[in-house]
Write a new protein. Structure first.
Length: 433
């Protein structure tokens, strides 16, 4: 059987997902952000193209770390205005195979609440939910959860391990097929198939049982995006999808090989975790049209906003701190350590400042060209063993994902590197086989 790539769409409950100027494009829709139809239509588009799934990135609050709320409200099209958990059922109702992912922090949320909420949507979607596990990164998020500041990086991951252990125990408190539904005998369910979890760790304690039984896929698929050494250790233990930010072939290859080694050391089977770097396709009918489109989109970027958003990501003001050492001293317990390390490596390699590197992250890793050229690039990276597929980052909504699904996906299907039909009803089966 020919190896097939996996494709997952990146979304936010706001006007754009990544590109700081994407919301300003004439094709971007803004007035429908709070309309359920917006989320129904993009879900149907992605499912028609047979993508593995879509997931929502999220921040636990409103960013105000750079010039207060001014920058992030006036110029920020990347905000998440709705809790993504609320839109997954809307998308599940109009689809039957598309995986549906949501970002939930292990630092702020109770394990029982996480387990029950995700199990409920997983049951309603008949086994199509993914959990993008994050430990969160900013003091503003901590303040919203009643904390003075973020806990240390290692402590956040230690707690995350316990939250995953507790959720896993809760998801196993029901055996398969627990319901009898015998009206004549008055027996609704079999109590022998429901158990207590009785989980207790240093940070997390929960009794159970969960009120929600197992979905057809047993438990949600686990996603993770940490790229620090501790994040990779966590991913090797838990992740079934790893979302990565690498932008060149060598770093992609290094990351892929490192994670394969870590997965093996963790006793994981080959293929039990899919590594998906983020790419941003920018399409045109010809090469010149695609390049003109990319240039126009870049002209819409808000450079200061890009710097503000990157500063939020690394936990330090990049307009003031220009070296990796300065950033490390300024960030304290905040920021994504893997992102800070990535910026530092790119800066060292290219001779650019951290601020200049940060400014280029607004559109991710662009792949610009005709549908055939973009398909060539994806196929090459996939068949060269750099990855197992891709997370597709949009620039405009809904146009970016629509163009990719209608132009690039059929090309990948013709080449035999992407599915033409779903193989199974659950996300885990379609993702892992």
């Amino acid at each position: 059987m020919t190896r097939k790539m996996n494709l997952v769409a990146y979304l936010k409950t706001g006007p754009t997902a990544l590109h700081s100027g994407g919301w300003r494009h004439p094709e971007s829709t803004l007035e429908d952000i709070f309309d359920p139809v917006r989320y129904e239509q993009i879900a149907q588009t992605l499912e028609a193209a047979k993508l593995d799934g879509a997931f929502f990135a999220d921040l636990f609050g409103m960013a105000d770390t750079y010039k207060g709320l001014e920058m992030f409200v006036r110029s920020g099209g990347q905000n998440s205005y709705l809790d993504p958990l609320t839109v997954l059922p809307i998308m599940a109702r109009v689809t039957s195979r598309l995986g549906l992912g949501v970002t939930v922090s292990t630092t702020f949320h109770n394990a029982f609440h996480i387990a029950r909420s995700l199990a409920s949507i997983d049951m309603l979607s008949k086994g199509r939910v993914a959990w993008n596990v994050v430990t969160s990164t900013s003091d503003l998020e901590a303040a919203n959860a009643g904390m003075d500041k973020m806990p240390p990086h290692g402590e956040r991951y230690d707690r995350a391990d316990e939250v995953l252990e507790a959720c896993s125990a809760l998801w196993k408190t029901w055996d398969p097929d627990p319901f009898v539904h015998d009206k004549a005998r008055g027996v609704f369910g079999d109590p022998e198939k429901v158990h207590y979890a009785n989980y207790e760790g240093e940070w997390v304690k929960t009794r159970g049982p969960l009120p929600t039984p197992q979905s057809p896929q047993g438990r949600p698929v686990i996603m993770q995006a940490g790229s620090s050494d501790r994040g990779r250790e966590f991913a090797a233990r838990w992740a079934e999808i790893i979302f990565t930010p690498q932008t060149d072939r060598q770093t992609m290859q290094d990351f892929y090989e490192d994670m394969q080694r870590r997965l093996a050391e963790a006793g994981r089977k080959p293929g039990s975790c899919k590594i998906l770097p983020a790419i941003t396709p920018i399409l045109g009918e010809t090469e010149s049209i695609a390049n003109e489109r990319a240039a126009y989109l870049d002209s819409l970027q808000h450079k200061e906003y890009d710097l503000a958003y990157a500063s939020l990501s690394v936990g330090a003001d990049l307009s003031k701190h220009q070296t990796a050492e300065e950033v490390a001293r300024a960030r304290g317990n905040q920021g994504t350590r893997g992102k800070a390390e990535h910026f530092a490596k790119v800066a060292e390699k290219t001779g650019a400042t951290l601020a200049q590197v940060a400014g280029k992250t607004s559109r991710g890793k662009p792949v610009v060209g005709t549908p055939g050229v973009v398909a060539d690039a994806l196929q090459d990276m996939f068949e060269s063993g750099l990855c197992d597929g891709f997370v597709i980052m949009p620039v405009t909504h809904p146009g970016s994902h629509e163009q990719f699904c209608r132009a690039v996906v059929p090309e990948l299907q013709r080449r035999g590197v992407f599915r033409t039909e779903y193989a199974a009803p659950t996300l885990r089966e379609n993702l892992l086989g």
